[in-house]
Design a binder for this molecule. Sequence first.
Ligand code: GTP
Length: 602
Amino acid sequence: VDVRLIRNFSIVAHVDHGKSTLADRLLEITGVIKPGAERAQVLDQLQVERERGITVKAVTASLNYVYNNEKYLLNLIDTPGHVDFSNEVVRSVSACQGVILLVDANEGVQAQTVAVHSLAKRNNLVIIPVLNKVDLPRANPENCKGQMKSLFNIDPETVLSISAKKGWGVKELLEAVITRIPAPTVDLKSPFMAHIIDTWHDRYRGVLCLAYIHSGRVEVGSAVRWSGESKQHVVKHLALLRPSEEPVDSAVAGQVVMVGCGPKGGGAVGSQLVSSDHPAATAGAGAPAVKHMVYAGVFPADQSQHPMLSDAIKKLGLNDSAVSIHPDSSPALGQGWRVGFLGLLHLDVFSQRLFQEYKAEAILTAPSVPYKIRVKGAKIIKQYKGEEVIITNPLQLPHPHHIEEYYEPFVIGTIITPVEYLGSVNTLCIDRRGAPLPSSAVDDRTTLLQYILPLSEVLVDFHDTLKSITSGFASFDYQDYGFHPSPLVRMDILLNGVLVEELTSIVHASRAEPTARRLTDKLKEMIPRQMVQVAIQAMVGGKVLSRETLKAYRKDVTAKLYGGDVTRRKKLLKQQSEGKKKMRSVANIKIPRNTFIDVLKR
Ligand code: GTP
């Protein structure tokens, strides 16, 4: 392989601006798939991706393309679009020298375009600005070029126009990738060192990694080790992904390859694989930390399924390195895990993948953001070693006596909206306890707003609300702004006087009363009537803020079929008993499992 003929690039864009469609066209032009192939969007491999139409995991494809009589190796590294998965975007760009910044010419620059553009800038990547969907009658490329000029200072002359759907301009784009993006600068003489950008689990071959080779070369049979460890492994599998595997005997710096070191070979995203004689440290270095924005408890539906769920979580956790997994137990739900996610969509996708790929059914408790507290006289409370403690489970919150200061996580939210919705967008942000930052004009009809917002206020339904008050025209993205002091309280839910641990939450003091009312109302709605009367209470610091009573009721599903058909009657009884299996019982009160995840949603 001639390194001068390698191009490593990625497509970055706002959701739905056409990344997957463009990737399909690139695969067609380079002969990987036949035009009009049945399986559209080949890069979206996972079932959940196809169902939801979003790209969750970053995958890659090595493409061949002949230009000026030279055969180029183009490594397309697909990236997910959603904010929740931005760490996957970060990881993929670390292996690239350039990006295609794709913007829908109808919608123009959106909040996420701003985020991915700044990411590319920070990583000093060459940016190829591209307007997509120019086949649509409402496309306005000239206006979009103006937006790119005013927000990103991009020269309109350099912007390409394409239709990924029709294939217009895609060949020119591929040639721009070759001419504008530099070949990787690599060091072929130094010992082998590669950076892991993705991993997944193969039933027979163990952990397989997608690696970007920074220096040296590697062969099947090479002796390697993980940076920070001394144990040696042997490279067993080496392949290019096109995107199906094409085994190779060796690979050199600048290439993106799949590497496997056998069932015990290990490997984690963000870590480095080096040749066994590489001078890299044998201790200390590890994968960089990921910031978790949402935590939830994950429990087996039934304790007998614990080993199976444990296995599934382990495998999924390996593939999805963005989750953090710690054993947890709840007297009510038994042994389980406290899992950290990047956002709610990430949580949803995780539980869906557990079910679809591993056939494991799990109970997920109400999600919460991490909080931080500063403990008074830290030494008095033994379990807290440091003065500042991150609380990932509201139940860990000590008595208010012991807390000197509460902190909650904030984000900087970026919103791009047509000017006519400015009023309602500002109202929404202020209602969500937001503090405005200076805004700027995108063009004469569009504004970019920025707000400092509490993460807890944007996690749940901010995006949906924003979409609905702006008829879908506003877009939103956020980035971490760290922990800041905030008056917080712990809210407990009691059913007939018994604490429902899964529903304990931490809320802002100003939100306590409305939240208490909302939770009790919602629980009254969601919990089916029982044989006994149920008192639903929301409490803060020993004080009942809201109370609802659910009247006793006996549900007789067959009553109206009295004297009716026996098989139908049996079927109804069976349905009812299956319904019961999906319940969990607190103080003899049967609660449908989804209550735990649905009740804290607004
Ligand atoms: P995520 O993976 O969710 O981020 O979406 P994406 O950016 O990969 O978008 P995708 O390729 O799935 O395209 C979104 C929608 O736009 C699909 O319905 C495509 O058919 C459509 N689309 C993509 N490119 C074009 C285009 O050039 N013209 C037209 N008319 N539609 C397009």
